[in-house]
Ligand binder design. Sequence first.
Ligand code: MG
Length: 281
Amino acid sequence: VLAALKDHEGAIAARPLSDTLKRAKGALIAETLDRAGLWQAQTPQAFRFGKFYAAHEAARAEGRSGFTDDAALAEHYGLDIALVESGSRNMKITTPEDLRLADMLARSERPAFPVADIRSGSGFDVHAFEPGGHVTLCGVKIPHTHGLKGHSDADVGLHALTDALLGTIGAGDIGDHFPPSDTQWRGADSALFLRRAAELVAERGGRITNTDITLICERPKIGPYRDAMRSRIADLLNLDPERVSVKATTSEGLGFTGRREGIAAMANATVAFATPPARNA
Ligand code: MG
């Protein structure tokens, strides 16, 4: 419409009539009209300001009203107005049914949201200190005045995250999959547990979208190892590091973590599934 204004004083969107037109006499057909050259006016309608304003002024001065669209007023005062062919989707919304139709059209044209089912899971774990010279946290070995007591490598961060992943698919907890009574997990690298949980998620069609771990301890200091932890987890889960978060806090000297008796970890994982939920959809 704007492009047509370059060569005309006005331009409107419109479409050639496709319906056969009948003139009625009461409830009966009186005649069929020739639809050749008939167009249905739509919006937008655009005009060069000066001429259009002058037409309005003239209509007011002459007391003329009852024009059913802007173009009708403009054409009455002799402006040349171009018809710009537009599709039937450029519909006018007048009745509630028009609104329902427009809504259906808009919905059908909106790109489908690529993910219909997003789930999150949480995990929590604690391990106590014992004599030793290092701890393993989020897959990173850190020199420390103590070790962590546990059946495996006691990686409290990866254990919490493993539980969080299992939580997204309702697959129990880490103890169900790797019982402490099973000697094969003695001293195991907890990366095994995390990878297994990620496999189970993938088998069910899930795609991990982010993970977030909070380590709670007074010592060791986590900050210097945080990026190494993030990249280790990102490698294990095949994720962008920006989708992997590791945070740390103390408990202000309170409780068992405050007394430096052990380390606690909380974790969250979010997993997207392409299929919509079967129930409560
Ligand atoms: Mg544990």
